[in-house]
Structure formats: C-alpha cells, structure tokens
Design a protein around this ligand. Structure first.
Ligand SMILES: Cc1ncc(COP(=O)(O)O)c(C=O)c1O
Length: 381
C-alpha cells in the first residue's frame, strides 16, 4: 500500500539527525538548541510541589489563571503593553504548537506566506498543511539584513501573512527599532498579518533594547506573538509556550488549539507562574547570563581557523569554516561530528536556495566546561 503523503518533501529534522549522530559518535552536541544545565532549582521545586498537591488534571483550555496573569505582567514590565489575557493570551504546548496553530488560524488554501531564509524549519510544513505556500526571501551573510524592497515586491494579492523571528535562529541577528517600524509600515499598508516568533525575546546582548511586536501598537493589532518558556527557563522539554494575539485572532486560534492539545501540562503552568512572580529577575538577567557564555566561547575560539560571525542575540553563533575545508556544510558537519567530536548544524538546510557559503551554527547554551572542551577540539581543525 502506498500512502499519499501530505508532506512529501519532509524527512527527519536536521536537529534529530545531528543529535543522533552526536550520540552515536560520542561527540559534544552543539547542534540542537537546548541547554545542558539544569532549570532553576526554585522552578523544579514548584513543579514537584504542584504535582504532589494534586494539580494533575486538565488545565483550562486557554491556560492556568495564575500563568495568564503572569504573562500579562510580563508584557507590561518588558514592553509596557497592557494585554487582556482573557481575550488575548493562550498558553500552548511549546512555541511549536503556537506557530502551528497560528498558521492554521490565518492561512487558507492558496494563500502565500512570506518567510525569511535561513528559516526555522517548522514554518513551511505548517503552511503547506494549511494549503498555503511559502515565498522565501533570502537573508545574506554576513549581516543577514531583511531586504525591505525585496519584501515589498514579493507581496501579491494572495499574500496573507509574514513570519518573522527576532532574535533570529540561526543567524543570531536582531531586528532593530528601524526594522520593526519598516515591518509595521509594510504590514499595515498591505493589510497583512504577522506571526512574530519571539522565542528568544529575552536573550539579547551588548545592552541592546529588548524589542517585540508588542512595542509597536499598530503592528501588535495584526500580530500573533509566539514565545516559549522552554527557552527562557532552561526547560525546553516541558514544551510550554504562549501566544498573544488580538481578540479576533485569539478566538480563531483557540478554536484550533482546543482540538490540537486542548490544554498544556498543568503542574508546569503553575510552576512557571510562581517563577514569574517570585523571580522576575531571572528573565531580566537572561541576556547577561548568555552573553557571558557567548564571550567565553568566542574567547576560547580565538585561536581557531573559524571566522566567527557576530551574535547579537539567541544562544547561537555562526562560524565560517572556509579556511578549513572545501566540503559542503552538510558533509563538513558529518565529518566534524564523527571525526572531530563536535556536532554542529549546517546552515544550508534552513534555505530553500542556499547561497554558496560554508557556515555552521554552534549552540552555546552549554556548561562552561563543555564550551571549553568543544572550543579546544575546534581550535585543532
Ligand atoms: C526560532 C524558533 N522557533 C520556535 C522554536 C520552538 O520552540 P518550543 O521548543 O517552545 O516549541 C524554536 C526551538 O528551537 C526556535 O528556535
């Protein structure tokens, strides 16, 4: 029997492939983007507490009330935006669910969605399942700036929405205020929707302003903001995130969310709510926490033949290996993992039409000893 696939071009993700290869070869895994250090002790204690206290049944579909209030306060504190959680916030099972459901809510058959390559890999399959298609606009090294003219000339009567991600995985660049304003102008002029993937929203470096679609009121009216507690609290395995959207879009979002997961892991919702109340500083210190790791890793790599690109946010660093090898980036990552003991992600997999570059992505959300050990291996290349 042959099964007619709805996603004929989709295979196993590069993250699974490289992590499996890393495990098999005993390589240091700087490929998949997850921390190898524990979540805050208080958060873990609250998780156990709420489980033992009996909060183990379905949470309300839109989210546990204390967490919804926590998200309201977070938005007010970080971006001076007042959101009404009852009509505008939905807790979901990771940003992955948030993105998927936001896309299903907005995209109809035949619609076009503009994405920027290198582009996070979950967007295109979700757009395809909704019956739409992605229009890919490449971002080019070393700056990976959005070409606003190219964006505007890609808009057609079928364009329904744009997906942006800032701070950006994998390039570690951030949209500045002028960029957000340009995006706002284009979204409003063409009456589009925006899906703003802000999972690394708190991880920005060198004193840069934390910016979100929430900082731009007219843009926020047409935006689904998707964020992830996994990234902010070192607990990616909890798969807890949320979406802030205007009431009309939230209503549509919840219609779908209730049949995808209905609600998300209850004790974790209460634990994160406690963390937001008792330790608001955790989120404010996240940028400097990861900046120290970036700086350590960059320092340790100073003697290597890799050319490092600037990392302004996220927990990723791009490295150009063209002084070391002529291999294409997939072959280089395979060799680096199996022969040299460090797993990385090839950048070309995030492009529809990859440019002719030799660049890999390294994740520095790792303990300092791991970063030092990985850098030592990379310096020997
Ligand atoms: C840009 C981006 N969006 C979304 C996600 C998914 O987040 P979550 O683990 O909360 O589903 C990730 C995870 O790596 C990501 O890097």
């Amino acid at each position: 029997m042959t099964l007619d696939s709805k996603l004929p071009h989709v295979g196993t993700t590069i993250f699974t492939t490289m992590s499996q290869m890393a495990a098999k070869s005993g390589a240091i895994n700087l490929a998949q983007g997850f921390p190898d250090f524990p979540a805050p002790a208080y958060l873990l204690e609250r998780l156990a507490h709420h489980g033992q206290a009996g909060l183990n049944q379905y949470a309300p579909m839109a989210g546990a009330p204390p967490l919804l209030s926590g998200i309201e306060r977070l938005s007010a504190r970080c971006y001076q935006r007042s959101v009404d959680a009852e009509s505008m916030v939905t807790v979901c099972s990771g940003a992955t669910e948030g993105l998927f459901v936001a896309i299903q809510s907005l995209v109809h058959s035949g619609d076009e969605v503009i994405v920027f390559d290198p582009c996070y890999d979950s967007y295109a399959p979700a757009v395809e399942l909704a019956g739409g298609s992605c229009v890919h606009i490449p971002l080019m090294p070393p700056a990976y700036h959005i070409d606003w003219q190219a964006l505007e000339s890609s808009i057609t009567p079928r364009t329904r929405c744009i997906i942006v991600n800032s701070p950006h995985n994998p390039t570690a660049t951030c949209l500045d205020r002028a960029g957000w304003l340009e995006l706002e102008r284009i979204v409003l002029k063409h009456q589009l929707w925006l899906i703003s993937d802000e999972v690394y929203e708190h991880i920005v470096f060198d004193g840069a302003e934390r910016l979100s679609a929430s900082c731009f009121p007219a843009l926020a009216e047409r935006t689904a903001i998707v964020s992830s507690f996994g990234k902010s609290f070192h607990c990616t395995g909890w798969k807890l995130g949320y979406v802030i959207a205007p009431p009309e879009l939230t209503a549509e979002f919840r219609k779908i969310h209730q049949y995808v997961t209905f609600s998300s892991f209850t004790p974790a919702q209460y634990a994160i709510a406690d963390m937001l109340t008792e330790h608001p500083e955790h989120i404010d210190e996240l940028g400097s926490f990861y900046q120290q790791k970036r700086d350590l890793f960059v320092r340790e790599l100073a003697g290597s033949r890799l050319t490092l690109l600037p990392s302004a946010g996220t927990y990723f660093l791009l490295a150009d290996y063209s002084a070391i090898s002529d291999l294409d980036d997939m072959a280089f990552c395979r060799w680096l993992t199996t022969e040299r003991g460090v797993a990385a992600i090839p950048l070309s997999v995030f492009y529809q039409s990859p440019p002719d570059t030799r660049i890999i992505r390294l994740c520095f959300a790792k303990g300092d000893d791991t970063l030092i050990a990985a850098a030592e291996k990379l310096c020997q290349l």
